[in-house]
Design a binder for this molecule. Structure first.
Ligand code: PXP
Length: 238
């Protein structure tokens, strides 16, 4: 059965909007874990726009389920992973000006660097997943570089504007799963998945781990807003 890793980056985005100390993503991680999440995912970006080094350090010490660190292939990031030793790293491309991760990692172009990083992560006992589009060349390059898993980019599916494109993108994910499984890779999926569009992707057998962030944090703000308002009224009026 497939499992959920909650990406809590945007809890930190809210904190950073005020450069305050709340909401603490570490507290959010505890809630996700208590709710049954398989894992906690964070993306330590080079510009530290949401998750920061302290978060990664404290999460490593406090997350009891799987701790999945998303990062790019840059040397400073690889050194951080070697020092922190998360359970898993998911290797992603990163552009400073992007709002969120755009496209997958080009494992064909960066295969030599990827293979080096995989070796260094494996030396520390860290599982390695590469975040890629469901493209045969990318999948095979990930396998050849020694990755344990791939995360299939579901962005094209999430952005599909009509039923035909939805079906086409679901077929691409199924084909990607088949190629990856035949190459000995574990298959994960994520990006742009929401409460509305998760159904057909969750129904694809052989996708073992979903990484979902924005939609869960967005929902949490709304389902928690009533209780938060009532608590503050209580403090003002009592
Ligand atoms: N998987 C990867 C590799 C990502 O980079 C992200 C976004 O940080 C996600 C999953 C989660 O995407 P979303 O926030 O759209 O659920």
């Amino acid at each position: 059965m497939a499992v959920l890793n909650v990406n809590i980056d945007h809890v930190a985005t809210i904190r950073q909007a005020r450069r305050a100390d709340e909401p603490d993503p570490v507290w959010a991680a505890v809630q996700c874990e208590l709710a049954g999440a398989n894992g906690i995912t964070v993306h330590l970006r080079q510009d530290r726009r949401h998750i920061n080094d302290r978060d990664v350090q404290v999460l490593k010490q406090t997350v009891a389920c799987k701790f999945n660190l998303e990062m790019c292939l840059s040397e400073p990031m690889v050194k951080i992973a070697e020092r922190v030793v998360p359970d898993q790293v998911t290797l992603v491309p990163e552009k400073r000006e992007e709002l969120t991760t755009e496209g997958g990692l080009d494992c064909v172009r960066y295969k030599a660097r990827l293979a080096q990083v995989v070796k260094r992560m494996h030396k520390k006992g860290i599982l390695v997943s590469s975040f890629i589009t469901p493209d045969e060349a990318q999948i095979l390059a990930s396998a050849e570089a020694g990755c344990d898993a791939i995360e299939l980019h579901t962005g094209a599916y999430a952005n599909a504007a009509n039923d035909r494109t939805v079906e086409k993108t679901l077929n691409a994910l199924r084909d990607g799963r088949d190629i990856a499984t035949a190459a000995g890779l574990i298959v994960h999926a994520g990006h742009g998945l929401t409460y509305r569009n998760i159904g057909p992707v969750a129904a694809i057998e052989g996708l073992w781990e979903f990484n979902i962030g924005h939609s869960i944090v967005a929902r949490a703000v709304l389902v928690g807003m009533r209780a938060a308002t009532q608590e503050m009224i209580q403090l003002i009026t009592s």
